[in-house]
Ligand binder design. Structure first.
Ligand code: MN
Length: 345
């Protein structure tokens, strides 16, 4: 199949490991790619709906949310759920369904690991990003593992799994600061009943773009920045960046104009397209424009998420996210008859 045939079919291009039609979407990235790989650039241009001239208008900021109250998930995760504070988050943040952010909190030592016992998921992906502390995951496919600072677990629940998430045993015994984020990424109808998949992404696999003049770094978990591609395989085009800026540092981030997105300020203080935001603020991107100009006035860490909207009906009931109520009822039936497999707590 010629490459151009995948235009408009990002699912195919992702599954086949082909370059995303928007794999290079910063101005600097486009310029850098032009020199070593003119032919490739031509291909990317053919596949891209984002000519360079369009990467020059600042993205509108829809609003900046102060952190909502914290709530516990199980007894191990003290999180802020930003999406629930946004009316119409389902549309404005499509393909993302939920962000549970666990700001830094020091746990006392415990012999019994804190966490969340066995629970099901169907129809989407959970992406867990560890910043401090360690989490052990297990699921009913037999997959599992431990993620520590800098690591990411990209779990595709799809047709259904049972899952449990606890502080890792040694961390639990030791206690100490814990900081994590879990992002739920929806799946398109065509992939909701795909086999579950587990991508353990350790920190060494995550490419780092170093910004000029000591401004900071961009760790690319998914998508691409300045020629660095993220290791995560995704079903729809997603950008997920862990950005660190030194005080006074600046970065220009491209976000495709038709992608929904947001920026979580994990630490520090910024101006983003001129709007001020500080630690624990959640910056919801509006429509229009495709560039984020970020200036840090303190040492800063950002989690940047953006993605192509799936544009399908979303029917969610707890840990099941499908397109119709009938499919939710089916998920309950399947769960209750044991079709999600077995997992000991
Ligand atoms: Mn889970």
């Amino acid at each position: 199949m010629p490459r151009v045939a995948v235009v408009g079919r990002p699912l195919a291009s992702h599954r086949e490991g082909m370059p995303s039609r928007r794999s290079t979407w910063t101005r600097r990235g486009l310029l850098a790619a032009a020199v070593p790989a003119g032919a490739l650039l031509a291909t990317r241009y053919t596949m891209s709906n984002q000519p360079a001239r369009s990467l020059t208008s600042p993205r509108a900021i829809d609003r900046i949310l102060r952190p909502p109250g914290l709530h516990w998930v199980g007894d191990g995760f003290r999180v802020a759920g930003y999406f629930s504070a946004i009316a119409d988050a389902v549309r404005k943040l499509d393909p993302f369904l939920m962000l549970d952010y666990h700001p830094t909190y020091a746990y006392p030592p415990s012999e019994r690991p804190r966490g969340v016992g066995v629970h099901p998921h169907r129809g989407f992906e959970t992406v867990t990003i560890a910043f401090q502390g360690s989490v052990a995951h297990h699921d009913s496919t037999g997959a599992g593992g431990i993620i520590g600072p800098g690591d990411v677990q990209w779990m595709t629940a799809a047709s259904g799994i049972l899952h449990k998430e606890y502080h890792e045993a040694a961390f639990s015994r030791r206690g100490g600061p814990f900081q994590m984020a879990q992002l739920w990424v929806n799946l398109p109808r065509a992939h909701k009943m795909a086999p579950p998949r587990y991508q353990p992404i350790v920190t060494d696999q995550i490419g780092v773009a170093t910004l000029p003049d000591g401004a900071g770094t961009v760790r690319v978990i998914a998508g691409a920045f300045d020629g660095v591609r993220g290791p995560a395989q995704t079903f729809t085009p997603i950008e997920l960046f862990d950005v660190r800026l030194a005080r006074g540092g600046q970065v220009e981030l491209g976000v495709p104009g038709h992608h929904n997105g947001a920026v979580l300020v994990m630490a520090g203080e910024i101006a983003i397209n001129g709007a001020p935001a500080k630690a624990d603020d959640f910056v919801l991107l509006g429509q229009g424009g495709d560039r984020l100009d970020v200036v840090a006035s303190a040492d800063t860490q950002l989690l940047v998420m953006a993605g192509e909207p799936i544009g399908e009906p979303v029917v969610q009931h707890g840990p099941f996210v499908m397109n119709t109520r009938r499919e939710i009822a089916q998920a309950f039936d399947d769960y209750q008859r044991g079709a999600f497999g077995h997992l000991a707590d």
